[in-house]
Design a protein. Structure first.
Length: 270
């Protein structure tokens, strides 16, 4: 592993520059070297964060099940079924109308206005619809990042899209995902705002997904650094509190057709 350049190596480099290029080139050499070191530090930090996240995901997946965890999972299954049934009970026209209202609330937030890179999901038929929202975000010159699923894994990948729907195609679960040829083109640490779906939420911002934990594992590193927004229909908001597991991530903001609910003030956009 490269541990850095020592004092004597730096002196030797400076002497060689003086011998071959003269003292006039010394200031330019120092400036260029400082600029290069700054860039290397920036990208090495980003790579380190990405590698740490992969390690964290592996550690979480390998944790053994306990009776306590099994009880939590059983409760979650019941609440997940309630949220799913409530969502499916809406007609297509109701989902379209309510989704438009949710998008309007979202675009009014300061978090969205300040963010330059927004991660947002491509919706299934019964979720809060995001097709028009994606087009709107692109039209405003912001960067749009869409997630995709790795096969047989709890891990999410991400990619930036430039056009919608030209840059997407149906994935493993028939959900629109970035085309395979444009993936791995965006660093997770550059995301400034995340919008995620859910099967159900409670009044404190806890979220239930489909049970794979994909978003929870993905958001683990981003929590407390950027704003995480949940999109839901009001019928998906449960009166009962969702039981909390070790890997669960709560929302900073929850938006329904009825308005905006904040659980943390002054959230950052990166």
């Amino acid at each position: 592993m490269i541990t850095g350049i020592g004092f004597f190596e730096i002196v030797l480099i400076l002497v060689l520059v003086l011998m071959f290029f003269g003292s006039k080139e010394m200031p330019k050499f120092i400036r260029e070297t400082a600029r290069l070191i700054s860039k290397l530090r920036l990208y090495s930090e980003k790579v380190r964060r990405e590698l740490n996240e992969v390690t964290n995901i592996a550690d979480d997946v390998l944790k053994p099940e306990t009776p306590y965890n099994n009880e939590i999972n059983d409760n979650k299954k019941k609440l997940r079924a309630t949220g799913m049934n409530n969502r499916k009970a809406l007609t297509r026209e109701q989902r379209k109308e309510k989704s438009a209202q949710i998008a309007e609330h979202f675009f009014s937030t300061e978090e969205f206005k300040k963010a330059k890179a927004v991660m947002i999901y491509a919706a299934t038929e019964t979720e809060v619809q995001t097709e028009e929202s994606i087009r709107t975000v692109l039209s405003q010159g912001k960067r749009v990042i869409l997630p995709y699923c790795y096969q047989n894994s709890a891990e999410l990948g991400i990619a930036e899209i430039k056009e919608f729907p030209a840059d997407v195609s149906p994935g493993e679960y028939k959900i629109l995902e970035p085309r395979a040829d444009i993936r791995n083109n965006f660093l997770k640490s550059d995301i400034q705002l995340v919008v995620c779906p859910g099967v159900a939420f409670d009044k404190k911002g806890a979220r239930l997904g489909r049970g794979k934990g994909c978003y929870d594992y993905f958001l683990k590193e981003l929590k407390e650094r950027i704003t995480i927004v949940g999109f839901a229909f009001q019928c998906q908001i449960l009166d009962e509190e969702i039981p909390f597991d070790y890997h669960d991530i709560t929302m900073d903001i929850l938006i329904t057709e009825e308005g905006i609910k904040r659980f943390k003030e002054n959230t950052s956009t990166g």
